[in-house]
Design a protein around this ligand. Structure first.
Ligand code: MCA
Ligand code: AMP
Length: 497
């Protein structure tokens, strides 16, 4: 049995999960996961890295299915509950999964894929049925999970981690942030990305702590949970802290006082997945007394750099490499750069991913010849701590903590009858970090932005839909004919309607 499951035997009577108003012990989680594994195995003794996709909101059932897939020797592929069918279908095709386990809420949505793709849509109910079979021994070098992340190619790539990678990603955080079994964390993040899956859920379960789920972020419910004073930890993206501050500011003074006092009791509040604006850090400190711990990570590496749990947390900085993470800052010839000089972060260590799923060329390109993972993030060492200055590619946008490829949105938009060409950029935004924005070159005068936007929503999830539109007769280009997106970003306020 993999370590995460094995060691939870010693917490059998502790509460592992609070979900939909019910508490579930580690004993119940293990038992249900084993039933999932048994139902998946049927006549076989080991799934042998078969990809098992699942579309289940954050919950006890999500966790039991994830653990069950691992216990049966499969590769867990969590699907995003916000994705429209074409995005889901892409993941199913790319992983060549034969089955998708669906929460009842998504069963009808997925069912047409059975005829269309020959995939089996399995109900949660049937997979949770009590059964026992012997479970296979899983070596930690085996593939465990595929998470999809956007990059500098149009389509998202599947990031493959092994059980050993996941274990390294978890243990470095458990040690650095001093997780303990008495901890209680609220998860409000989606569970198809590292932040929610590793930093919140898996670190809690590794430690014998309790993870409580809100199926979706809701500022009112988050503040009410903080006010209950049962939380010891909270982790979120900067947009969520921004939204919590906005909500707090609208409350009556007496409620503000109660909420602020309760928030000051937590032992740690962490921000990550995107740059934490200093005004957000300062405002959060003013209303809660908490200095947010900012850290830096990536789907391919787990967490890389972190401010200190016990020492200094410097605004605008991401701290130092976590234990077990080797990091260097280099110039374009891969030579280390001195302090106060911008360079690119490159990472080595046990927490680095194995490969992009069935993309050997992309995997090779992602590493230097001597095995450093090339992050594409630019930063600098300044007075003993590292900071992030930006990315080397204008085609990658971070909005609400989601990484979005401009090229993917452009490719979809170019399929629309009314669009001759387009360029997608991220424009700076206080709340979202960046907002997806598009300059459209119409095919004819009739281009209707509303119609294009509605159609796009059938193709892409809401967080990838442009919020700002501009129509133009042409795109700015350099002498080689390449669109100059930085120029477009600069021009935007002047030429947008
Ligand atoms: C939603 N809306 C947006 C965006 N997303 N508007 C502009 N930009 C966006 N990106 C709009 C919706 O269309 C809607 O508008 C309104 O906001 C509310 O939508 P809803 O989906 O309900 O938004 P929300 O629930 O408030 O979502 C905000 C959120 C969410 C909770 C911050 O974006 C989120 O969960 N982000 C976290 C993503 C994450 O986990 N990333 C980690 C990646 P209208 O009302 O007009 O319809 S892992 C990672 O990055 C690495 C490893 C790391 O370092 O952690
Ligand atoms: P993802 O591919 O969704 O895992 O996103 C990883 C990217 O998020 C990194 O490559 C960074 O660009 C960005 N990121 C994560 N944490 C931070 C941070 N604290 N500050 C700035 N950018 C961050």
């Amino acid at each position: 049995m993999i370590t995460l499951l094995k060691q939870s035997e010693s917490f059998k009577n502790r509460i592992a999960i609070v979900s939909k108003g019910k508490s579930f012990s580690y004993g119940q989680l293990l038992k249900t996961s084993k039933a999932v594994a048994a139902n998946l195995l049927r006549e076989t003794t080991d799934l042998n890295e078969a990809r098992v996709t699942f579309l289940i909101p954050p919950s006890f059932e999500y966790t039991a299915v994830q653990w069950g897939i691992w216990a049966a020797g499969g590769i867990a592929v969590p699907l995003c509950i916000l994705h429209p069918l074409p995005s889901i279908q892409y993941v199913l095709e790319d992983t060549q999964a034969r089955i998708v386990i669906a929460d009842a809420a998504y069963y009808d949505f997925l069912k047409p894929l059975e005829d269309h793709m020959g995939i089996s849509v399995i109900t949660l109910e049937s997979i949770l049925k009590e059964t026992i079979v012997p479970l296979p021994d899983i070596d930690s070098s085996r593939r465990a999970m595929i998470l999809y992340t956007s990059g500098t190619t149009s389509k998202p790539k599947g990031v493959v981690t092994t059980h050993a990678t996941i274990e390294a990603q978890i243990t470095t955080l458990v040690n650095a942030w001093e997780w303990r079994k008495e901890d209680h964390i609220l998860n409000i993040l989606p569970l198809h990305h590292v932040h929610g899956i590793i930093n919140v859920l898996s670190c809690a379960l590794w430690s014998g702590a309790c993870c409580e789920f809100l199926p979706k972020f809701d500022a009112d419910k988050v503040w009410a949970t903080i006010a209950s004073e049962r939380l010891t930890l909270f982790m979120a993206v900067p947009t969520i802290y921004y939204k919590l501050i906005s909500f707090w500011e609208e409350l009556p003074a007496t409620t503000q006082e109660v909420y602020s006092r309760a928030a000051s009791q937590l032992r740690l509040m962490v921000s990550g997945s995107a740059a934490l604006p200093v005004p957000v850090l300062e405002k959060w400190k003013e209303i809660t007394g908490q200095t947010l711990l900012e850290r830096y990570g990536m789907t391919e590496i787990g967490m890389g750099l972190s401010n200190s749990y016990r020492g200094e947390r410097r605004p605008g900085h991401v701290g130092l490499p976590l234990p077990g993470v080797e990091m260097r800052l280099v110039d374009s010839a891969n030579r280390p750069v001195p302090e106060n000089t911008p360079g690119e972060y490159q990472i080595k260590g046990l927490s680095v991913f194995k490969e992009y799923w069935q993309k050997p060329e992309a995997t090779k390109k992602a590493f230097t010849e001597d095995g450093w993972f090339i992050t594409g993030d630019i930063g600098m060492l300044s007075d003993g701590l590292y900071k992030i200055l930006g990315r080397d590619s204008v085609d990658i946008i971070k909005s609400g903590g989601y990484k979005i490829s401009a090229l993917e949105i452009e490719d979809v938009l170019r399929k629309h009858d009314m669009v001759a060409d387009c360029a997608v950029v991220g424009l700076p935004d206080e709340e979202w970090g960046e907002v997806v924005s598009v300059c459209l070159i119409p095919k004819s005068k009739e281009l209707d932005v509303e119609e294009v936007s509605s159609w796009l929503k059938t193709q892409l999830p809401a967080y990838k839909i442009p919020r700002k539109y501009m129509l133009s007769a042409e795109l700015p280009r350099n002498v080689l004919g390449k669109v100059t997106k930085n120029e477009l970003k600069k021009r935007w306020p002047a030429i947008a309607p």
